[in-house]
Design a protein around this ligand. Structure first.
Ligand code: TXA
Ligand code: MG
Length: 330
């Protein structure tokens, strides 16, 4: 069911959960300081209780009420908020342990989407919001995706149109002595390093092509995954060697990546972008995975984008690798 802004605000104030648009992906939102509401979010998502939620706030001032800020945190928030950067800091007492999965830190983000910001201003309370998908499935970038992914259990959705970035925020841990990126996203490591004037640690084993990430327990959970097995290839010759057939569907970064001899499959191909622009690939990735998953294919076969001149490809490879793990690649 699609609902109005006023209805969304009223439901949130009653302690209910609603799906809201952000500039990254749709979020499953509820009042963060209400443990019962937080419990409803975990239960609808089927999310393991050890995985904490992000708290969304309208300003740095509000964030400072919830966490122990430091200079590095102020610097990145001044630069990237409102926006697609989540920071992890030591939590203050007022933050219930339900939302932090029992931990001493809290993840905070001030989203840029005008509708989400309007809701925050009207509700006047911080909102917890994980991505609005059942645990481990592909994140929704349109209101219709939320309805489809949850089916009859779907929460009411405030439709804000397609998400501008299409990929979850970058998560930066500032609760430790060396800042570390925990999840790649739209804000790039080099942009953060420029603002902090120091190096940041990168996620363990998430380097593109590093298959150890898929084997290491702990980081080995399947995420962002379609139900159809997804095979990933770094180069077109390996892709052709997997004997494509017309029971398969294909995902290519752009039209020019399509080899002549695969033209026969043109009706079974999704393109992530018109011209290989990395922002467009990121924006379309989940939409394409969700659409491709509905085709009833035996396999989804994807060519990884190769735009290594732009660090946004790190986030794209990370998500595609996790989605592809369903088949145990590597
Ligand atoms: O763009 C986004 O971040 C979206 C929109 C809705 O804001 N939200 C989102 O939330 O992606 P979620 O719950 O799907 O992903 C949050 C990530 C998880 O990987 C979680 O483990 C991590 O942030 N996280 C949350 N709290 C944390 C904490 N205290 N310490 C370390 N990681 C944390
Ligand atoms: Mg998520």
């Amino acid at each position: 069911m699609l609902i109005s802004l006023g209805d969304a605000v009223a439901r949130l104030q009653q302690g209910d959960i609603v799906a809201l648009p952000t500039e990254t992906v749709y979020g499953l939102a509820g009042i963060a300081l209400n443990p019962q509401t937080v419990h409803k979010i975990y239960s609808l998502k089927g999310r393991p209780s050890y995985n904490p939620l992000i708290v969304h706030v309208s300003s740095i001032e509000h964030a400072e009420e919830l966490a122990e800020f430091n200079d590095l945190a102020r610097k990145v928030c001044d630069e990237f908020w409102p926006g697609a950067l989540t920071i992890v800091l030591p939590k203050k007492k007022c933050v219930p342990s339900e939302i932090t999965a029992g931990g001493n830190t809290v993840a905070l983000r001030s989203p840029a989407h005008p509708l989400f910001r309007e809701v925050l201003d009207l509700v006047k309370q911080p909102l917890a919001a994980p991505s609005a998908n059942p645990s481990n499935r592909t994140s929704p970038t349109e209101a219709a995706h939320v309805l489809e992914l949850f089916g009859e259990n779907a929460p009411p959705v405030l439709d804000g149109g397609p998400c501008r970035l299409g990929m979850e925020s970058t998560v930066l841990d500032l609760s430790v002595s060396h800042p570390r990126i925990l999840r790649y996203g739209p804000v790039k490591p080099e942009e953060i390093e420029d603002i902090l004037a120091r190096k940041v640690e990168l996620p363990n084993g998430c380097e593109p092509g590093d298959k150890s990430m898929q084997k290491s327990p702990g980081t080995g959970t399947t995420h962002y995954a379609p139900k159809t097995p997804l095979l990933l290839f770094e180069n077109i010759n390996d892709l052709k060697a997997c004997k494509p057939s017309d029971t398969d569907w294909f995902i290519f970064p752009q039209k020019t990546d399509l080899p002549h001899e695969m033209m026969g499959f043109i009706d079974h191909i999704f393109f992530l972008s018109e011209n290989g622009k990395v922002e467009e690939i990121a924006q379309n990735l989940y939409k394409v995975l969700i659409e491709a998953d509905k085709k009833g294919a035996n396999r989804l076969i994807a060519l990884l984008p190769n735009q290594k001149n732009d660090q946004l490809y790190l986030a794209i490879w990370d998500r595609m690798n996790r989605a592809g793990k369903a088949l145990g690649i590597g």
